[in-house]
Write a protein of this length. Structure first.
Length: 414
């Protein structure tokens, strides 16, 4: 199946107003997702929040878990729906029984939020944070990871391998399944941040071999903001102690005793955004209707077209790394601040964003980059929209060159 672009754009109201190339930030919602959220909010306003949830019990209590499980190749009882990907990731990470001296292995292109949590646990528990170097492609070096996992080297117990599948600051795709093979062989827990990968490329937790995975609804899945989910492998559940509980995650069974839920929903809490959960289910269903493989092919092709176009513009530097690259394209324009480039594009109704050194400090400092522009096409974008961005950037570069030439000429006259 190939993507029917006309249909995809008809079902995406926002394309009439903006050229949205910021899908790695928050994608444009399609009509079915928008309807799911708005219709439920309307029902809440008309009959009450609890009563509206009762009407949607099947989707809220069963449907969403089956949909996400199908998306990830998991089982429904391995899925928790949580208010965002960061909190989902936190519930897994902070629930692990890491001890003083345990080593946390991660990649150079790791996301700032995760690194802050690593450093927090190092401060609280005495864990050791180790960055596995990148290989010649910029992805995590698998040979170096294998050496770091080797107990014969006597470097202490590895408590966790935690890696971001697709970093926030470029098109790189880390080799998640190869990491999984190494962690399984070493018997080390593996936490994958799939925030930027779920929805734009196939993610199968069985093939990858991760024990835990977190993701969001708002990015390439095209769901509403304030939605996310956590996968925890069924036979890994008992190795995580949820960092906090309520009467949804556990049951008060006697005066001084409680019992945890037997499934991954022990990581949830009772109060949640019901309309958002229904929107997330609609987003997953919608992506599955198109097919993740066709989505991946088209989004990756559009990103390849964008990279090629930008590379042909004088003064533009494409900054993506990776043997495998996805639908995130990062670049800089010589002599122009990334924020100014983003603002100039926004004036033309082209949505992009910027990534700063604060988001992936280890990687960007290593490469001497402070800020970059990030564009992220998706399957509903057209080739004309990609070309429009290239033309706009070329215009910015031309104006910069013309201004530099004028300045040089005035200097020579003086």
């Amino acid at each position: 199946m190939e993507i029917d672009l006309d249909r995809a754009r008809r079902e995406t109201p926002g394309v009439a107003r903006v050229n949205h190339l910021n899908n790695a930030g928050a994608a444009l919602m399609p009509e079915p997702v928008l309807r799911a959220v708005v219709d439920h909010l309307q029902r809440e306003a008309e009959i009450g929040g609890y009563e509206a949830a009762d009407h949607a019990t099947d989707d809220l209590e069963h449907g969403i878990y089956h949909a996400i499980a199908r998306l990830l190749g998991a089982e429904p009882d391995e899925i928790a729906v949580i208010e965002n990907a960061t909190r989902a990731w936190d519930m897994a990470f902070y629930g692990l029984a890491l001890r003083s001296g345990d080593r946390i292995l991660t990649a150079e292109a790791e996301y700032s939020s995760n690194v802050i949590a690593f450093l927090h646990q190092a401060q609280r528990r005495g864990t050791v944070v180790e960055t596995v170097p990148s290989d010649e492609y910029g992805q995590i070096d698998l040979r170096a990871l294998g050496r770091a996992l080797d107990p014969r080297r006597g470097r202490g117990r590895v408590g966790l391998v935690a890696v971001t599948h697709v970093p926030t600051n470029g098109g790189l795709v880390n080799p998640a399944a190869e990491i999984g093979r190494l962690t399984r062989a070493a018997g080390v827990p593996y936490l994958l941040d799939a925030c930027q990968s779920v929805g734009q490329l196939p993610v199968d937790v069985r093939q990858i071999g991760c024990d835990m995975l977190s993701a969001t609804g708002r990015k390439f899945l095209r769901g509403p903001r304030g939605t996310g989910f956590l996968y925890v492998r069924r036979d890994f559940l008992e190795r995580i102690d949820p960092p906090f509980l309520d009467n949804h995650a556990a049951e008060w069974v006697s005066a001084h005793r409680f019992a945890l839920r037997p499934d991954a929903r022990r990581f949830e809490n009772w109060e949640s955004f019901a309309a958002g959960k229904l929107g997330l289910k609609a987003a997953v269903d919608y992506a599955l209707q198109w097919g993740i493989e066709p989505i991946h092919r088209r989004a990756t092709a559009l990103a390849g077209r964008l990279r090629a176009g930008l590379q042909a513009v004088p003064g533009v530097r494409v900054l993506d790394l990776g043997r495998e690259r996805c639908a995130i394209v990062t670049f800089s324009v010589a002599g122009q601040d990334a924020g100014a480039v983003q603002a100039a594009l926004a004036q033309r109704r082209i949505n992009t964003t910027i990534s700063t050194v604060a988001g992936t400090r280890w990687d960007m400092e290593r490469r001497g980059i402070d800020r970059l522009v990030r564009a992220s096409p998706h399957y509903y974008n057209s080739e004309a929209e990609v070309d429009q961005l290239v033309e706009a950037v070329a215009g910015l570069s031309d104006r910069r060159s013309a201004a530099a030439s004028t300045s040089e000429a005035v200097s020579n006259i003086s």
